[in-house]
Each structure stands twice: as structure tokens, then as C-alpha cells.
Write a new protein. Sequence first.
Length: 130
Amino acid sequence: MKGGLASGFKIFWLSRAIAALSATSAPIVFTFAVLESAGRTEILAQSLSLQVLAQLVALLVSGRLIDRVNRKWFLVAMQAASGLTWAALAALLLSGDPPDAVFPVFGALTGLLQDSTARPRRAAIKRPDP
């Protein structure tokens, strides 16, 4: 069977695998990037604290928001925004020495974007009733 359902499933599976790999490696990459670039543990503590606070906000807001919008497009938009945010950080790191204020802001953004997709992803999968 060329094209059709088989290729659609392969694309879906590949995108889920890439998203899972990036979501699990992101905290490690972010920690090393902050320590390498800023060189101060205070900046890392601020960044991670803002990330956790943003995750709490995302948990409260995303559950109510996902009930009002199309789940598929919400997830696509959040994954795209997360990818663009990571690409912006990579560009900042590759271009030279970014200011220390970038990292706490980035921590807050990743907290909002990553956690706002975690709950709806699980909720989007329909489970059979027992």
C-alpha cells in the first residue's frame, strides 16, 4: 500500500518519537547551556524556578483551554511554538554570548509551552471504558 494510511501512520509515529526525544532531552540540554554560557548557578536557579512556575500556570490554563479549541491544532501550534523557541535559543547561543536575562525568560517560555501540551496529549488519546 503506497501512500495513504501507512505513510500517514509513519509520519505520525516519527513525529511522536521526535517530540518525545526532544521533550526528555530538553531539560538536560537547557541546564548545560545555562551553566556553560552564563557560568553562574544563580541564573540556572532563576531559570528553573520560572520554568516550574510557568508549568503550574500552564497546567491550570491548558486544561480549560483545550476544551474550547480544536485539540489537534492546539497541539500542533504548541509544538511549533516550542520548536521555534528552542531554535531561537540555539541561534542566540551560536551567535555568541547571550545576556544572562535570556535564560530565565526562556525557562518561563519552555515551562508554558512544554507543559501546556503534556496534559492535552494524554487527554487526546481516547481510552476504552472498562
